[in-house]
Ligand binder design. Structure first.
Ligand SMILES: NC(=O)c1ccc[n+]([C@@H]2O[C@H](COP(=O)([O-])OP(=O)(O)OC[C@H]3O[C@@H](n4cnc5c(N)ncnc54)[C@H](O)[C@@H]3O)[C@@H](O)[C@H]2O)c1
Length: 353
């Protein structure tokens, strides 16, 4: 029998994780959610409900999934790991480099693994793209530019547009996925943020409900970026990440451009769970021999997350077998800490007018 505990029983836990775990044989689910009444959690499929972590014991669950607002991830993960429960944390796993040490020590005390949710690794179009990049060159790209543009407007979420809960806006929400992609393409080499530009100031009018069910408090102003342009140095290589929740495009799009000594490889696709229509996906390689464009097969939104969950279960939630390490998490956390810090400086400057 396989049992999972969800810390935070909101959209990601109910829609992404629970069905995917069920599909691979999980039969019992617990829920710990500070803001949803126990009867609602039970009605939504929780077999056990916990008010807090004190009633969770080693052996109660085979895995716990932390899917709460970003800033609460680390405290929950530390509590679970210390109790000896293997733990997967949704993105962004953490917002500070020090948090990695806290989780590493807790995992050591509990003698269990910490995994990060990293669905982009399972995006079939990214896998095709990596093949093309490696076929052209074994060297790190001289320049890498990666952008995720959403067209549907601001998320109608109770916390995602508040820095106190989210850390930052699109730069972290979409940016963490893009950081994972950068490291997939360039190899695991630390990034240092050299320049940033954030766009904010969106009113409530542009708000959209991505998943249909979110509520939000209209009195709460949006104090995070709705779009960002981030420039990094990666040991002499230039990396640029652009994110946007609001755009003038029709449909969402992810574009990756890698410039190598031998040529250029571009991917146009869409990642994640967005039901939005997107342009036709393709990968295009330009080299001395000319430009070759290949269309990519269509993908189903959310498929990569489902495949990720199946792989985690098949590999027994072993970080080593899944190719995850503390060093990788340090690189992601280091880059994220610098984004959050630039974002805080931008907000302070905006507040001063
Ligand atoms: N991998 C992906 O593609 C993906 C997609 C969506 C969301 N996410 C991530 O999942 C997390 C949750 O996002 P969501 O869209 O499900 O949000 P959500 O608002 O739908 O759900 C969050 C739930 O956490 C609960 N909660 C808040 N603080 C808590 C606390 N301290 N302890 C316990 N429960 C608490 C809330 O009541 C809510 O039910 C976020 O970190 C988000 O970035 C990842």
């Amino acid at each position: 029998m396989s049992r999972a505990l969800f810390c935070g029983y909101g959209w990601a836990a109910r829609t992404l994780w629970r069905p995917a775990l069920r599909d691979v044989g999980f039969v019992e689910f617990g829920a710990l959610d500070s803001f949803v009444p126990a009867e609602d959690l039970r009605a939504a499929g929780a077999d056990r409900v916990h008010d807090d972590l004190s009633s969770v014991r080693k052996g109660d669950y085979d895995v716990a999934v932390v899917a709460t607002p970003n800033r609460s991830h680390v405290d929950l993960a530390v509590g679970l790991l210390e109790r000896g429960i293997p733990t997967v944390v949704e993105k962004p796993v953490c917002l500070r480099l020090d948090d990695v040490n806290r989780m590493r020590e807790a995992a050591g005390r509990g003698d269990v693994p910490l995994l990060r949710s990293r669905s982009t690794h399972y995006e079939p179009h990214l896998v095709s793209y990596l093949h093309q990049v490696r076929a052209l060159s074994s060297a790190r790209p001289v320049r890498l530019s990666i952008a995720w543009t959403r067209a549907q407007g601001l998320p109608r979420s109770r916390w995602l547009t508040r820095a106190s809960h989210a850390g930052a806006g699109s730069s972290i929400d979409l940016g963490w996925h893009l950081l994972e992609c950068v490291f997939e393409v360039t190899g695991w080499t630390p990034l240092s943020l050299t320049a940033s530009e954030f766009i904010g100031g969106a009113g409530d009018e542009g708000r959209a409900s991505w998943h249909g069910a979110e509520e939000y408090d209209a009195a709460e102003p949006v104090d995070v970026d709705v779009a960002a342009d981030l420039r990094f140095d990666q040991k002499g290589g230039d990396v640029r990440i652009r994110t946007a929740w609001v755009s003038v495009r029709e449909g969402d799009e992810v574009v990756i451009d890698a410039s190598l000594e031998e040529g250029h490889v571009r991917l146009v696709t869409l990642f994640g769970t967005s039901p939005s229509s997107s342009s036709t996906a393709y990968v295009e390689t330009e080299s001395a021999g000319g430009a070759v464009r290949s269309r990519l097969p269509s993908r189903r939104p959310g498929d990569a997350h489902t495949r990720m969950v199946a792989d985690y279960v098949a590999e027994g939630f072993s970080a080593a077998r899944l190719g995850q390490s503390w060093e990788q998490l340090e690189m992601l956390a280091g880059a994220t800490e610098s984004i959050v810090s630039h974002h805080a400086r931008w907000r302070a400057a905006e507040a001063q007018g």
